[in-house]
Design a protein around this ligand. Sequence first.
Ligand SMILES: NC(=O)c1ccc[n+]([C@@H]2O[C@H](COP(=O)([O-])OP(=O)(O)OC[C@H]3O[C@@H](n4cnc5c(N)ncnc54)[C@H](OP(=O)(O)O)[C@@H]3O)[C@@H](O)[C@H]2O)c1
Length: 395
Amino acid sequence: MKASHPSVLGQSSLFLQASRDNSTMWCYVLLISVLWTVVWFFRDRQMLSTFKDKYVFITGCDTGFGNMLAKRLDKKGFQVLAGCLTQKGADNLQRSSSPNLRTILLDVTNSESIRKAVEWVKGEVGEKGEQGLGWGERAMHLLASQQTLPPRKEWSKVWAEESKVIYPSPPHQQSICILPGLFGLVNNAGVANPIGPTEWMSVEDYRKVMAVNTFGVIEVSLAFLPLLKRARGRVVNTSSVLGRLSANGGGYCISKYTVEAFSDSLRRDMYHFGVKVSIVEPGFFKTAVTNLESIETSLRQLWDRMSPETRQSYGEDFFPNYLKVQKFIMNIICDPDLSKVTNCMEHALQAKHPRSRYSAGWDAKFIWLPATYLPAFMVDIVLATVLPKPAHRVR
Ligand SMILES: NC(=O)c1ccc[n+]([C@@H]2O[C@H](COP(=O)([O-])OP(=O)(O)OC[C@H]3O[C@@H](n4cnc5c(N)ncnc54)[C@H](OP(=O)(O)O)[C@@H]3O)[C@@H](O)[C@H]2O)c1
């Protein structure tokens, strides 16, 4: 009995010591977290001092986010080069913005159209080359061509002459070129339809969507990379919460997953060249992409072309019920405030330290992105419960 006293005392003092150590550790964790948050907050709010003479090329500016972003950047003084799919879209945009904003017709699924857009952008950014660079960069260019730096007051004159030719750079400065380059590329163009149960799709349906959302983004980015490297610019790729969680069949989710993967590898590969890559992941917003009428029209086409056997397995009630559920969900979650998305795109272009990922919209922040961290079976159960059940189901 006597011997047990010191050991109980010893154990309780050990316990007290351990809980003191534990609380000290948690204090440190809390302190570091608070510090990290404060530093992140202030770092995130540091903006570039001027946007004047910063060239930004945006795809898909006819309507939606692209259209709004183009107008807002134009108002802020960016040099906006807007790619539009249709002449009507380009004319409308031009009418509602300053003469500084320029438009070009661009179909991101057409290589020739992309090539023409790159040539056009080269001409646009080259035209105002001198204003596009700071004095430090101009000095580097002049050094590269002249080997010695002329007196400061002669820089403008020498620069004007140099601008007419692309001079051979010394080997250690091969990447330096006379063109100031492109500061920002926003890959925004996208299509969604058809969206629906996987079995209703044909491989062509996938190709159609991925031609715009996947290969469009890849080809445009690769084509503009040399210009972006010159300006140590930024790429902003428009993905979606459906690029993090595949909630429905069709090419859309797959295409946005590929945008995520492409952007991550591009960001890592461009790190050493000073090109920054951001991904914007909007939730659901009221635009042409989420227009219920067009989603329903394309779904009806899929339903009508289905083989009688497949159709029977779903049952005749399935289609109207699917539309009903879809309408109910879309009416609740589609946000009419598109500026939540363009604010993210603007931050990616204006901030000194753009983020790798932006989530836009309450549904993205509180439903979709948290759901990606849940076990897959939980998300499966929720979706299976919410969506209508096929007639010939086996469970
Ligand atoms: N709205 C949402 O809820 C939501 C959510 C997440 C992500 N996004 C993404 O946000 C981006 C913008 O979409 P949005 O919602 O603003 O819809 P939107 O108004 O339809 O914008 C898409 C734009 O892309 C253009 N476009 C379509 N095919 C093209 C092609 N082959 N080449 C060049 N441009 C093309 C469209 O031109 P036309 O108008 O002439 O067809 C339109 O201007 C898309 O990438 C979309 O996937 C949207």
